[in-house]
Design a protein around this ligand. Structure first.
Ligand code: HEM
Length: 449
């Protein structure tokens, strides 16, 4: 919005660029002076962490693609060659494979944060919907990538998932053959999966651009879920949140590096080390951990078509969240009943994940896991379709603070939950300037002596 922009190009080059492609103006307005609620906590750094993860996946993926061969004959050996012969190939592959899991850890935290603080509510419905589309794209990209090493898990994972489409009445078999490009998963399937696995991350970059555009239009929600009412409630994005985001991206990178260097197979299945064999079905084939809750739902239902509908329904439900929640209050901080239901929902997802990892005939405290998964699935759907609309109507919320600034400045006894960034930043700056003036005085005294 040039009319309201405070950008003032100084050099003649900046002025020249500003009238032709005002990119510096956009960066200045949207990422430097951009007014952001002053109370964003650690959970608000996960958007930046996700962008970082996407960058890491694209960079490491491009290098891997330079050494990979998309052929059923050669793919498994190509991965072994990357691990053993390519310079730092082991590192790049480990970063990419572990990075996928780190990306999903971050996206689940990001989504739960959105659910907890009611960030999907008006005017952020479209922002949420674009987020769900990003999540769907991430799942597709991860599934396609998992097939590329052409191991037992790759082959059988692809076979199981593609065959789910076979449950669609009348056209199911045609869709399965169309997706495979053949009558069974094979060379042609691998080739198209590689092409799409390379393409879709760039589509995701575009979608993330839309996500951030939508965010900057409606601006951030915040842990209190109340709107910004005055200038006092906000601080500029730079240096406050650039510093905070960079710090937490570094913390995330340290955890990431721990897995890459000390536990590179932590998230992997041993079946990844066996080449694909269409004649040998592994006994307990499970998807990656981030798909387990949905896989548990699929297995909990005896009818294949109904199971697929429930699994797809679990994701489609997310699109409706902005209209399912009937409460006028956004943040669960002020919704005592909903807060409990939210944590029960998180538990249900963890239980579903656990059930998905167990063999189909296993038991949990004497109860068959399929039954535990059925109960957890029921709660999953009840949370969105029953609890969200009803609790909003019956619960008595806690009184909201008058403003973000009032809450942030209320002190430990108030609703303040952390040191506001501006205060922390000014404390650091004033300490730094005090120290530099002491050093300057000491140096000049030494010189005089
Ligand atoms: C590649 C995946 C994604 C990237 C890179 C991404 C990036 C971001 C960034 C940078 C922000 C602003 C900082 C923050 O609030 O953390 C943000 C906010 C947000 N994102 Fe995402 N996001 C992704 C996926 C998702 C998903 C899957 C959802 C939900 C289904 C989602 C929903 C939201 C919402 C509702 C906000 C606004 C939060 C608020 O203001 O309270 N995002 N996202």
């Amino acid at each position: 919005m040039p009319g309201r922009s405070s950008y003032n190009p100084k050099s003649s080059l900046a002025k020249w660029l500003d009238t032709r492609l005002p990119l510096p103006r956009m960066i200045h307005d949207q990422f430097i002076v951009f007014q952001t609620p002053r109370n964003l906590n650690i959970w608000y750094t996960f958007g930046g962490i996700l962008a970082f993860s996407l960058g890491v996946q694209i960079l490491s993926g491009i290098v891997l693609a330079m050494h990979y061969v998309a052929s059923a004959e050669l793919a498994f050996d190509a991965i072994e060659r990357i691990m053993r012969d390519v310079n730092y190939g082991w590192l790049i592959r480990s970063v990419h494979a572990t990075g996928a899991s780190m990306f999903f850890i971050a996206v689940y935290i990001h989504m739960l944060r959105g659910l907890y603080y009611g960030s999907y509510k008006a005017p952020r419905e479209l922002l949420w919907i674009i987020g769900v589309l990003n999540y769907l794209l991430m799942m597709t990209i991860a599934f396609l990538g998992y097939v590329l090493p052409w191991s037992q898990t790759s082959f059988w994972g692809a076979t199981v998932i593609i065959n789910l489409f076979g449950a669609i009445p009348f056209i199911g078999t045609h869709i399965t053959i169309w997706l495979q490009g053949d009558f069974a998963v094979g060379d042609i399937t691998l080739n198209r999966f590689f092409a799409l696995h390379y393409l879709l991350p760039f589509v995701l970059v575009g979608m993330v651009g839309l996500h951030i555009w939508a965010l900057h239009l409606v601006r951030n929600n915040n842990p209190l879920g109340i709107d910004v009412t005055s200038e006092q409630d906000t601080i500029p994005f730079h240096p406050y949140y650039t510093t905070k985001d960079t710090f937490y991206v570094l913390v995330f990178a340290i955890v990431f590096a721990y897995f890459v260097f000390f536990a590179p197979d932590f998230f992997a299945s041993p079946n990844n080390y066996e080449p694909a064999d269409p004649l040998k079905t592994p006994p307990n084939i499970v998807p990656e951990w981030y798909f387990l809750p949905f896989y548990a739902m699929l297995r909990a239902i005896p009818d294949k078509l109904f199971g697929v509908m429930v699994m797809v329904g679990a994701i489609v439900t997310l699109f409706f969240v902005p209209w399912l929640d009937s409460s006028a209050i956004r943040s669960n901080r002020f919704r005592p009943l909903m807060k409990r239901c939210f944590w029960a929902f998180v538990m249900a997802c963890v239980v579903l994940g656990y059930c998905g990892a167990q063999p189909a005939d296993a038991t949990m405290a004497g109860v068959p896991v399929v039954w535990v998964a059925r109960l957890a699935t029921l709660y999953y759907f009840a949370f969105f379709w029953l609890i969200m609309p009803v609790v909003g109507l019956i619960e008595v919320p806690i009184k909201l603070p008058a403003s973000i600034a009032q809450s942030a400045l209320a002190g430990p006894g108030g609703t303040r939950s952390h040191l506001p960034v501006r205060d922390a930043w000014s404390a650091i700056l004033s300490t730094a300037s005090r120290q530099s003036s002491i050093v300057a005085k000491a140096t000049s005294a030494r010189k005089r002596r």
